[in-house]
Design a protein around this ligand. Structure first.
Ligand code: TXA
Ligand code: MG
Length: 308
């Protein structure tokens, strides 16, 4: 069912069913992280390979040591400054953390979401919530409850599973993922917590991602709509995404006109989904310039433009 009730969501999680839940980044498809059978259903609904780990969402730093061990001081500093918020830390897993959330690796991904509904559900259930983005594997992440229903509706059992309608996500792109298992932070996925912020907080230089850790969000083709995405002007395209300051080219449907970079992040996935809803074949998306969140948007656009 579709709900806006914390009690309904928590009851579903306690039964071992799935709950699509809003966070500040994108909607997640959540289950009790300590239940192998519940987490397995996430993989089935998403069509996601079992070897790909899922993020465990916790309610605060106090829960860190239940899930992770050997936590460096600089990772604590990041957690203190950035949580709740769009930062996922990859840490050595604590004893008892199941292979079903780690993809069989000895690390676990942890995040405290900055969303009142997600936080309330985690606190009320007493669970860590395993939650990848609530989309079919490889598709564009959902930033509205309607997008979750459209994408996963056929793969959920809505007699038992629940979609929590908590409105639009405010950030709009997935969390920054930082590998915190080495001497220095390494960014595995760009997001709203920027390299500059991480270096300022940790007083360490961020290293290139040379890690062997698997992270499917880092596959070349991901976040892909059905439409072909072009990152510069393309004659004959039928849709256009770009900052408001850019004019809509003749003959193209305007899919988004964000006024700045943070609004660009917020509306990007909805714009890509709209392109598919209109059945467009070719969409021009002019990437924003600059550092920080603009880099995360360029990263997602590049993957959306890459055909698998
Ligand atoms: O903003 C977000 O991070 C959203 C919301 C729902 O929290 N979640 C999300 O989850 O984007 P997902 O599963 O779509 O992407 C999580 C990424 C994947 O690329 C996964 O491989 C990586 O995190 N990941 C999770 N645990 C990991 C681990 N132990 N080691 C390496 N990568 C990990
Ligand atoms: Mg995802």
């Amino acid at each position: 069912m579709i709900t806006a009730s914390i009690e309904v969501a928590v009851a579903a999680l306690k039964r071992g069913d799935l709950v699509a839940i809003p966070t500040e980044t994108v909607y997640g498809l959540a289950a009790d992280a300590s239940s192998e059978s519940a987490v397995r259903r996430i993989y089935e609904a998403k069509g996601r390979p079992l070897s790909h780990p899922v993020i465990v969402h916790i309610s605060g730093i106090a829960d860190l040591e239940r899930w992770a061990t050997d936590i460096p001081d600089w990772a604590y500093a990041l957690a203190k400054k950035c949580w709740p918020g769009p930062l996922t830390l990859i840490l050595k897993r604590a004893a008892g953390v199941g292979d079903w959330v780690t993809g069989g690796q000895d690390t676990v991904g942890l995040r405290v979401p900055n969303h009142p509904i997600a936080l309330e559900v985690i606190k009320a259930s007493g669970f860590g919530l395993a939650a990848p983005s609530a989309n079919r594997f490889g598709a564009v992440s959902p930033t509205t409850a309607a997008a979750v229903l459209e994408d996963l509706g056929p793969y959920l059992d809505l007699g038992k599973d629940v979609i929590f309608d908590g409105g639009d996500c405010s950030v709009g792109v997935e969390s920054t993922i930082v590998d915190a298992t080495g001497e220095r932070p390494s960014i595995l996925r760009l997001g709203a917590v920027t390299r500059e912020m991480i270096e300022a907080i940790t007083q360490l230089e961020v290293i290139e991602n040379t890690s062997e850790i698997r992270a499917p969000g880092t596959l070349a083709a991901h976040y892909s709509p059905s439409a072909t995405v072009h990152l510069k002007m393309f004659e004959g395209a039928d849709g256009f995404i770009g900052l408001a300051e850019l004019q809509t080219p003749e003959g193209m449907l305007r899919l988004a006109s964000p006024k700045d970079v943070s609004e660009y992040a917020q509306v990007l996935y909805q714009a890509l989904r709209r392109a598919d809803a209109f059945g467009l074949d070719n969409v021009v998306a002019i990437p924003p310039e600059g550092q920080g969140l603009a880099e995360a948007i360029r990263d997602r656009l590049l993957r959306a433009a890459t055909k698998s």
